[in-house]
Structures are given as C-alpha cells and as structure tokens.
Write a protein that binds this ligand. Structure first.
Ligand code: 3PG
Length: 402
C-alpha cells in the first residue's frame, strides 16, 4: 500500500477515514487514545495544505439518526487534541456536507457526521461509497481498528479514489508485521480472556506461528478442567473440554510450548477485597473460584518472557478490574515493560480489555506497541485478511480520481 510519503496534498481535498469510535460514559469521552493517535496524520495532511475531511462511524445506530450517537462532541475533543479549530457537518453526505466542504480552505479540518446514520455504510452500498468519494481527490485510511469491517467508508470508497494508508495505519501494520509475520524468535503469545469458544480461530492461528503460548484468564480454567483438574466453582466452559484437549494435542504436534497456570488466587466471592487464598491449581476448594493466576505462575511466566525476543499479548490473566485479582496481570505486564525498555523484547499488545489491563498496570506507554484496535486486532491474530487493508493494497492501487 501507499503511505503519505511523498504525497502531494497541497490544495487537495483528502477524505480521511478515522476511527472516532471512542468510549463514552454519561456523555463524556472516557478514553481519548484513539483521538490522540490520529493527530500526526491530520497535522501532516493539514500542514501540507490539504483540506482534511474526516469520516468515521460512531457506536452502532443501525442506519438511524440517533442524537446520542452524534460525532459532534468527538469533533470538539479532536480540536482540543489538535490545538486547532475543527469544523463539523451534520451529515456525511448531501447538502450539509457539501456546503461545509465547499468553504474549507487548505489546511482546514472538517469532521462529517456518523457514517452509520446511513444504512448504506454497513451494507457497503456502492452509492454511499461513491457519494463519499465525490467529496475528495484522495482517500486516506487511518482506521486500522475499523479495517475488519467491509463498509462503505472503509472498503467501498477505496474503489473510487486513489488510496493511501495514514500514519497510524502504517504504524499499526508495521508493529503487527514485526510481531507475527516477520518476528524475531523465539516469539511468545499471552492469550487471556473468559472463553475458549470465542478464541478458537485465534488459538489455532497462533499455534502455527508462535513458539510459546501462555494461556491466562478463565480460558485457562477450561484447559485445566479438561485435563481433569478440579476447578471448584471457577468459570469454565464444560462443553469445550474436548476442544481444549485437541488444542493441547495440536500444540504438541506443532512444537508449540503451552504454559498454563500452576497456582491460583481463589475466593468464594467475586468482589473487591474479598478474602482470597493462594493454592496450587490441583488444590482448589470445591466452593472456591480461581480468579487470578498465583505467584508461582507469575514467576514461571516472567522467566519465560526473559527468553523471548517477541511477545504478542491479548487478554488479561485474571479478573483484573477487581483487586487483588489484578496481581498476575500487573506483575507480568511490568516485567514485559521492563524487558522492552532494556531492548530485550519487542512487545505488541491489543484488543479490548488488554489496553485497559495494561493501562491499569501503568505500562501502556512502556510496551513497544499497543494497538488501538479491538475486533480488528483479534481478527488479525486469527490470521484473517482485513477488508479495509485489502482495499488499500489490491483494489485501490490503480484507482483514478472520479
Ligand atoms: C471498534 O471499536 O472495535 C471499531 O471502531 C469497530 O466498531 P464496531 O465493532 O462497532 O464495528
């Protein structure tokens, strides 16, 4: 794909697909990471004299105009992050958008309203894609985190305009490439999370790519239970035991070492400050739940990290939102960060809870790369081709302006 290197953008209208789908609670943006990560691309384009037209989805309004799902407050937050004025148009197509674009001067920035107010966005309607493309001379996609969606603004529009990857997209792809496609070995992955059933493709793909797979979260409970370990009242998927055993057998056949918890932090109730007990996984009380990996597991995992050159991390070890069940995640995260800072490890993390867990551990800025993507990061770990990226590489390379 083409990057912004050498792109002549002066006086050109650039349609910039951003992911402004930021978390909001009670009308307030709770995390501005995605907004901040867009700043370099927007500044670069604006400083080159482009008219920058941002387009994004926000939440899931399902083709209807839902006032609570307007991008207007996000445009305000973007202006703060940029330290520059940002204009806003109340629709992403039609007279409102066209009038706002008409008055844009080189170097100015405009945010268009939520693309998902139109049903054609998720349907990847060619007509909507064409109308979006008609706003601009060039399409820049900086939304890796929405690249797993084949929607009008992520995929369709690239068929109608010369298309480029923005700086954030470029950084995400370089980081991911270095972590799984062309990693320095040995490479390990930490995979946590509640369920095996939602991560089957991911586990299957990783087995063929990594040297060590470290399994945490409630998913580990299922692997242990499948091997006959009595897990008490721990969360686990009883119908996934056969699958778990198959995964372990596949790992063995492929030479991938699997690390499972050897000890557990257990409690009989799941609440902050609940009385907890550390036991070997083979000695979990019938009434107790495993809510985190124990100190011996942390020691084992940290020792393993020291032997790796590359680490991919998705999913916490324990119920990290509720202390003391955040201990294993915090300690392993801090060790990964320390090794990264020493230059001994390249660490790439991403996907939903992982970012919150690493922020909670205070290491978000100390890893080699933390992806802003949730679902897209998971699909990439599953080895899937992301349509938004494919559109930049194959379909759009030779596209001519409308
Ligand atoms: C995300 O937050 O993962 C992306 O913005 C995609 O959002 P979606 O899952 O609603 O398509």
């Amino acid at each position: 794909f083409k990057t912004l290197d050498g792109l002549e953008a002066a006086g050109k209208k650039v349609l910039l697909r951003a992911d402004l789908n930021v978390p909001v609670r009670d009308g307030r943006i709770t995390d501005t990471t995605r907004i901040e990560r867009l700043v370099p691309t927007i500044r670069e384009l604006a400083d080159k004299g482009a008219k920058v037209i941002l387009v994004s989805h926000f939440d899931r309004p399902k083709g209807k105009r839902v006032p609570d799902m307007s991008l207007e407050p996000v445009a305000t937050a973007l202006a703060t992050a940029l330290g520059r004025p940002v204009n806003f148009a109340h629709d992403c197509i039609g007279p409102d958008a066209e009038a706002a674009i008409e008055t844009l001067r080189p170097g100015e920035i405009l945010v268009l309203e939520n693309t998902r107010f139109h049903a054609g966005e998720e349907a990847n309607d060619a007509d909507l894609a064409r109308q979006l493309a008609a706003h601009a001379d060039i399409y820049v996609n900086d939304a890796f985190s929405a690249a797993h969606r084949a929607h009008a603004s992520t995929e369709g529009v690239a068929r109608f305009l010369p298309s480029f990857a923005g700086r954030l997209m470029e950084a995400e792809l370089n980081a991911l490439d270095g972590a799984l496609e062309n990693p320095e070995r040995p490479v390990g992955a930490i995979v946590g999370g509640a369920k095996i059933s939602t991560k089957l493709d991911l586990l299957g793909n990783l087995l063929g790519r990594v040297d060590v797979l470290i399994i945490g979260g409630a998913m580990a409970n299922t692997f242990l239970a499948a091997q006959g370990v009595a897990m008490g009242k721990s969360l686990q998927e009883a119908d996934m035991h056969a699958t778990a055993l198959q995964i372990l057998a596949d790992a063995k056949a492929r030479g991938c070492e699997i690390i499972l918890p050897v000890d557990a932090v257990t409690a009989t109730e799941f609440k902050a400050g609940a009385a907890s007990k550390v036991v070997p996984v083979t000695a979990i009380d019938a009434e107790a739940m495993m809510l985190d990996a124990g100190p011996e597991t942390v020691r084992l995992v940290c020792a393993k990290l020291a032997s790796l050159k590359t680490l991919v991390w998705n999913g916490p070890f324990g119920a990290f939102e509720i202390p003391p069940f955040d201990t294993a995640t915090n300690e392993v995260a801090r060790e990964a960060a320390a090794l990264t800072e020493k230059g001994a490890l390249r660490s790439v993390a991403g996907g939903g809870d992982t970012v919150s867990a690493l922020r909670h551990a205070g290491v978000l800025d100390r890893m080699s790369y933390v992806s802003t993507a949730g679902g897209a990061f998971l699909e990439w770990l599953e080895g899937k081709t992301l349509p938004g990226i494919l559109a930049l590489t194959a379909v759009a390379q030779d596209a001519a302006p409308l």
